[in-house]
Design a protein around this ligand. Structure first.
Ligand code: NDP
Ligand code: PMR
Length: 396
């Protein structure tokens, strides 16, 4: 019944409603431990070490769970009994929250929910039944490079190990007529989704290197819409980094364009471009650091989670029709719960340790290594994104 009811609207109907915002037609085709760690005094290295020892000892006793399978990164015979420690950015809703829940309820993970709205994150964790020994909320605003640095300092002072980092948070501004900017004056979508995460991962890489966990992973959430080798990736505006003159100019809208390719601002394109940067960054990390560190670098397309807050700035009609469109027409829809299980697999499944992979799932929800588009797998573009980004975030 539901299927019949929802399939009665046509693509034409979906697109007709398009007039009310920008060129973007409705569906884009131009049819025309919950405990707060005490950071009040500068924690000395000795204190951190002590804290770490205590935590590890307590957790090893409290959770005599089986350690995940040992992969090539772990010296033979070395198994840890402690919980894994995973940071998830943007864990206050959608995919991030569902992943946090899926990992927390195994009892094998402590989730650090790195969120810009502390209270929202706390409420979200409670609303999905996460118990306080399985998570900690820490403040992180990816739209501020200072906040990223502060978060990293706070995390380091907490003395927790870092086994897995999930770069998940994102903003999407499909209806914006004008660009908005991060605290550092960088166009918001690329600034948050790519540059904030780029700095975060670079600053936390050493912590991951030091982890003794059997499988260490850095995961950056990508998307089908940044991949022009798919139907979804061909819905205009298409992702395209061009020669990156805008990125090189700092995306500030003053002496440079706010778009990576130097073009006119387009919020939907800026998001898709940021996703290409995410996928290129994962591969560049892999090339630069996998051999040396044994860390698994991965990206993924979790499926179309059409109900999340990502579409909060879209027009109401889009938000109403997008889920049934994805469910019954493209059949690309996945629930938040299912997407959370998928990302949780990339975090912890012993069979998903291959590095440099962009994971996707088929209709039976089985994972497979997917093919990235030409641009999203371009080695020289990846290097260029890396080098320009280093300058923009103050690492070079
Ligand atoms: P949501 O909007 O539900 O989640 C995004 C999260 O990012 C929120 O928790 C949000 O925080 C957080 N966030 C936004 N800006 C910042 C910031 N400046 N600092 C810290 N956190 C921030 O969307 P989804 O769950 O759908 O998106 C999660 C990921 O999945 C994104 O990377 C997206 O690109 C990707 N994705 C989503 C798809 C989908 O169909 N939904 C498909 C493919 C990929 P707050 O709660 O405070 O707003
Ligand atoms: Mg798309 C196979 C078909 C497919 C899939 C899997 C997606 C996923 N989309 C598909 C097809 C189409 N979409 C078609 C044919 C259209 C034109 C009618 C269409 C339109 C469309 C719009 C306007 N789709 C969208 C939008 C958005 O605003 C979403 C977006 O691009 O956000 C950046 C979106 C998405 N479609 C998807 C997925 C996963 C999205 C969400 C976003 C993301 O990449 O994070």
């Amino acid at each position: 019944m539901a299927l019949q009811a929802t399939t009665t609207f046509s693509i034409h109907d979906l697109v007709k409603t398009n007039a009310s915002f920008k060129d973007s037609s409705l569906f884009g085709v131009s049819l025309s431990d919950h405990r707060q760690v005490d950071f009040s005094s500068a924690a000395s290295t000795t204190r951190s070490k002590e804290f770490r020892r205590k935590v590890l000892r307590t957790q090893a006793v409290a959770t005599p769970t089986q350690a995940p399978a040992v992969n090539r990164a772990a010296p033979e015979g070395k198994k840890t009994l402690r919980k894994g420690s995973v940071i998830i950015t943007g864990a206050s809703s959608g995919l991030g929250l569902a992943t946090a829940k899926a990992l927390a309820e195994t009892g094998k993970w402590h989730v650090i929910m790195a969120c810009r709205d502390f209270l929202k994150a706390e409420r979200a964790a409670k609303s999905v039944g996460m118990t306080k020994e399985n998570y900690t909320v820490m403040h992180l605003d990816l739209a501020s490079l200072d906040s990223v640095r502060q978060f990293v300092n706070n995390f380091k002072q907490s003395g927790r190990p870092l086994d897995v980092l999930v770069c998940n948070a994102a903003v999407y501004q499909p209806t914006a007529k004008e660009p908005s900017f991060t605290a550092d004056g960088i166009e918001l979508s690329v600034g948050t989704n790519h540059l904030g995460h780029f700095l975060l991962s670079r600053l936390l890489l050493d912590d991951m290197k030091q982890s003794d966990y059997p499988s260490k992973r850095l995961i950056i959430v990508g998307s089908i819409t940044g991949n022009t080798n798919t139907l979804a990736g061909n819905v205009p505006p298409k992702a395209n980094l061009g020669d990156m003159r805008g990125l090189a100019g700092g995306l500030n809208g003053l002496n440079s364009s706010t778009m990576i390719d130097g073009g006119e601002f387009d919020g939907a394109k800026a998001y898709k471009d940021s996703k290409i940067c995410n996928m290129l960054t994962m591969q560049e990390f892999h090339r630069r650091y996998h051999e040396e560190t044994g860390i698994t670098f991965a990206s993924l397309y979790p499926g179309c989670i059409a109900t999340t807050g990502l579409f909060r700035e879209h027009i109401p009609l889009f938000r109403l029709l997008f889920p049934p469109f994805q469910k019954y027409i493209t059949k690309g829809f996945v629930s938040e719960e299912e997407s959370g299980k998928r990302l949780a697999q990339v975090v912890s499944d012993p069979s998903l340790t291959k590095s440099g992979v962009y994971w996707s799932w088929n209709k039976d929800s089985a994972s497979f290594e997917n093919q990235l588009s030409e641009e999203a797998s371009d080695v020289s573009k990846a290097r260029k994104v890396w080098e320009i980004s280093e300058k923009l975030v103050g690492l070079a």
